[in-house]
Design a protein around this ligand. Structure first.
Ligand code: SF4
Length: 279
């Protein structure tokens, strides 16, 4: 994924009217210190749309804010869909903005996946289809609020998903190395597998299909996750210290932010090492 493609699909808080801090609801939990209803500004949001506790979010009980990423939907809604008009300009604008934001977030998430799919040489045979879907999705993000509010997002996601699954199969088919007890060298199908809290240090998941797997608090230290499909896998508090995720498929910054890791963890080029990880 090129840096240019990446930058428009990452949160640019300076160009956003703090939409995630207003539009979304929080429930008091380990991730958020307070309850907050959707459409209500967080009490920590300053008048210039900056977070008043940005430097101390984790210490003050707002860990969830350090994990969240809007895939660039915030600046798109603020600057393109609403042309720079902020939610304080009127109740009607505010309501529409807050309703459009989660739709845009999903469209931008799809843009992220499609852009990443195009970065894999192994998926070259379907690059044209991926490019067309990317273009169509990008066009959708530029429509007016009322059009966006009427989009059938679940149906559109499923269309995109067909292409993402084909991409994943093409990439994982290239995975090398036979596993013990796997004479046909088939890549394990671990979709939605429950590995919560499991000890999986140094496990070989190279080429595995871990779509939607529950890896919450799993010990994945030193694990090989190259060419593993991790779309939708729940990595909250999973320990990725020393794990190799380079070349993994459809991993997002949100997943990485929610996990633990260290300076030895190898990440795909499109992702950065979270500040809260150990050195
Ligand atoms: S704590 Fe800061 S980042 Fe989190 S929702 Fe409130 S203003 Fe936004």
């Amino acid at each position: 994924m090129s840096n240019r493609s990446c930058s428009s699909l990452r949160a640019d808080c300076e160009s956003c009217f703090g939409l995630c801090c207003v539009a979304l609801a929080f429930a008091a939990s380990a991730d958020f210190a307070i309850n907050k209803a959707g459409g209500t500004p967080c009490p920590n949001l300053d008048s210039d749309f900056r977070c008043g506790i940005h430097q101390n979010l984790r210490q003050q009980g707002f860990k969830g804010c350090t994990v969240f990423d809007c895939f660039g939907a915030g600046q798109k809604v603020s600057q393109v869909t609403f042309g720079g008009k902020d939610w304080r300009s009127g109740q009607e604008t505010a309501k529409k903005m807050f309703d459009v934001f989660p739709i845009m977030q999903q469209l931008h998430e799809m843009l992220w996946y499609l852009t990443e799919a195009l970065s894999f040489e192994a998926a070259r045979s379907i690059h044209e289809e991926l490019r067309m879907k990317l273009k169509e999705t990008e066009q959708l993000t530029r429509f007016a609020p009322d059009f966006l509010l009427n989009l059938d997002i679940p149906a559109y996601r499923s269309d995109v998903n067909v292409l993402l699954m084909r991409t994943s199969e093409l990439i994982r088919a290239k995975s090398i190395g036979k596993r013990k007890g796997n004479r046909e060298n088939k890549k394990p199908d671990l979709r939605r597998a429950d590995f919560m809290g499991r000890k999986l240090s140094r496990a070989n998941f190279n080429g595995a299909n871990l779509r939607g797997a529950c890896l919450i608090a799993a010990d994945l230290r030193g694990a090989d996750l190259r060419r593993a499909d991790l779309i939708g896998a729940d990595l909250r508090d999973a320990d990725l210290s020393g794990a190799d995720l380079s070349g993994s498929i459809f991993l997002t910054q949100v997943q990485i932010n929610s996990a633990k890791g260290d300076g030895r963890t190898r990440l795909p080029e499109s992702l950065y090492r979270p500040k809260h990880w150990r050195a």
